[in-house]
Design a protein around this ligand. Structure first.
Ligand SMILES: Nc1ncnc2c1ncn2[C@@H]1O[C@H](COP(=O)(O)OP(=O)(O)OP(=O)(O)O)[C@@H](O)[C@H]1O
Length: 280
């Protein structure tokens, strides 16, 4: 499968030091790739490098199979971006905002109606953007990012600060878009979100990629050498994955005292803490 995004040894320095330090990874076509890390790790900076809002100091970036320096304005017709700053006009309605972007891109009004229905804003389309709730605003911004059916979608913390129901709605929409062929690169602080949505995740800390893989593979890689057994009185007994542990489990089973057996896979947040000692 082709990589739609590819970074090789990319560095970017601000005054206080490297924000991006020797970053190398790729995002495959049709995958949802989660870019995770604590505040200040370099997630937004990476999106800005990939969307040409910032220029790297060294290294190579390719986007949609092209060297980023050769990516033109028209290539950006294949890209959608949802960033922390909205590009919608406060004093215009949701629909007028989208019509405005549709006109700029030569997109039909029926596509505007279709995307508004997809983000469940059809009925509220006449609401002024400034009077929308946070969740409505985020859905409207997402609608403007996907209006032109981009092949590649960048999302910087798409559900940050949203209630669980709106987050869930956005997750469903992202999964639908991905099933229809959109490749998604998203940053998030939310480990459950990453686990649920992403085919692969990259964990970045202080500008460096410190782990990359499927959530499942990372969990297996960082799995502890322990097994937990729940006994009849609902207590957990932890044993090591060795001969002594096997004997202890056999004994519990023989005595009819073994209710359930669990491997102790860490979740993504625990993996991150294990790797860096920092919290999200
Ligand atoms: N324009 C800038 N000038 C100087 N330093 C910057 C600039 N933009 C970002 N930085 C620094 O680069 C580092 C990475 O910032 P970045 O915004 O990419 O982090 P992030 O992972 O997106 O964090 P958050 O999750 O809080 O959004 C931080 O140390 C930040 O202070």
């Amino acid at each position: 499968m082709e990589n739609l995004i590819e970074l090789k040894k990319v560095c970017l320095r601000f005054d206080l030091g490297f924000a991006i330090d020797n970053l190398t990874f790729g995002v495959r076509e049709r995958e949802i790739f989660g870019f995770l890390g604590p505040s200040g790790a370099g997630k937004t900076t990476t999106i800005k490098l990939l969307t040409k809002q910032l220029k790297r100091k060294s290294g190579a970036i390719s986007l949609l199979g092209k060297d980023i320096d050769k990516v033109t304005r028209s290539d950006y017709d294949e890209i959608g971006i949802l960033s922390d700053t909205s590009n919608l006009y406060e004093r215009m309605s949701i629909q007028d905002n989208l019509n405005f972007f549709a006109d700029l891109r030569g997109i039909s009004r029926s596509q505007v109606s279709e995307v508004l229905d997809r983000v469940s804003l059809g009925e509220q389309r006449k609401q002024l953007f400034k009077k929308c709730s946070r969740g409505m605003k985020q859905r409207a911004i997402l609608a403007s990012a996907v209006l032109h059916h981009p092949k590649l979608l960048f999302l910087d913390e798409p559900t940050s600060g949203l209630d669980p129901a709106t987050s869930q709605e956005i997750h469903s929409l992202l999964l639908d878009l991905n099933r229809e062929g959109t490749t998604i690169f998203l940053t998030t602080h939310n480990m459950e979100e990453a686990d649920k949505l992403c085919h692969r995740v990259g964990i970045i800390n202080q500008g460096k990629l410190i782990a990359c893989g499927t959530p499942r593979d990372l969990k297996l890689e960082f799995a502890r050498d322990e097994i937990r057994v729940m006994t009849k009185d609902r207590q957990y007994v932890t044993v090591q994955k060795n001969e002594a542990g096997a004997e202890r489990i056999a004994e519990l089973i023989k005595n009819g005292d073994c209710m359930t057996i669990h491997s102790s896979e860490p979740n993504l947040e625990e993996i991150f803490l294990q790797l860096t000692g920092r919290e999200f």
